[in-house]
Design a protein around this ligand. Sequence first.
Ligand SMILES: NC(=O)c1ccc[n+]([C@@H]2O[C@H](COP(=O)([O-])OP(=O)(O)OC[C@H]3O[C@@H](n4cnc5c(N)ncnc54)[C@H](O)[C@@H]3O)[C@@H](O)[C@H]2O)c1
Length: 351
Amino acid sequence: MTRPQTAGSARIEVPPFAVLPGAQVQAALHGREREIVELIEQAYRLHGAGDSVNPPSYFLRFPDRPADRIIALPASIGGPLRVDGLKWISSFPGNVAAGVPRASAVLILNEHDSGYPFACLESSIISATRTAASAALAAGHLSHGRARPTRIGFVGTGLIARYIHTFLAATGWSFDRIGVHDLSAEHAAGFREYLTRAGTAGEVAVHESAEELIRAGDLIVFATVAGQPHISDPSWFAHHPLVLHVSLRDLAPEILLESANIVDDVEHCLKAQTSPHLAEQLTGGRDFLTGTLHDVLTGRVAPPAGETLIFSPFGLGVLDLAVGKYVYDRVARSGELHVIDDFFQELRRYG
Ligand SMILES: NC(=O)c1ccc[n+]([C@@H]2O[C@H](COP(=O)([O-])OP(=O)(O)OC[C@H]3O[C@@H](n4cnc5c(N)ncnc54)[C@H](O)[C@@H]3O)[C@@H](O)[C@H]2O)c1
């Protein structure tokens, strides 16, 4: 490993720069679901207490490729996690038809004292992991006060749906019935095969329609790539399920207005034509929001039991930082960091 070099002040050191490929990231996270959910809760608590900087994400869009985007999520988190950084994540939905995952990402970690970047991590796995951990955390806390759901339904069956199922199963959830619905029969069949491989005990049902799936479930997960609402009939939710609205743009605002609504961060979530943003535009206000996940974690808001409860997480950069730093620390402790020797040049100010 490159020895840290001293730059200027005696206290500031230039850290070595490491690259962490997907295989290392995956190995560091494998089987650690419970720990990661606790880490995500810690990150939400630090963020909720104001010990973070999480400016708006920047959406890079292309006039000639309207379906595609690359998002920059800069963030800083304090407390014991204490790290800054940037997630840079692409979404190219057309990749899927060619058998290539939709999303690809890197995460840069910057050192607190010097500001120097010290790691670049493959981050599609980190992104899916923090999203699934946040969904599992929310499912646990938001189902307090209501009968624990036993019939889950997945609308959209890509990578995120698979990670959410894995995290729920690893954190103690079991289901009598798993409903599956996807616009692509092939994707639904692939997810079903994954469920079989994962040793799912309950019944697995593939639904032709989203309505059938929603009516049959008491925990509904949306993980589609819908750009605008495709579910608009509030009567489908008359049985008041808990809804993890991870893909954020599936539900017509009318459905949110008849439900209790929890978000991860109000300012972030009410942007970019998400369903909560549409509800704000429709009503001219934010009264339809019940609170944030942090409000629920700290007991300021009790999740209502007798109505449909929708969790819409925008997905915060601080969560990626928390998981990225966790991965970095594990790999560093194992002594297997791939350090790029002499990555930083020109370290003497006057040559
Ligand atoms: N909120 C967050 O923090 C967060 C984080 C990561 C990803 N996401 C979102 O999760 C979603 C899923 O990501 P992924 O990587 O699994 O994508 P993916 O492309 O792998 O899978 C999406 C699936 O949804 C299906 N689908 C599209 N429209 C549908 C519809 N109207 N009804 C039913 N199925 C439909 C597609 O056929 C596909 O199988 C994306 O929208 C992504 O932006 C959210």
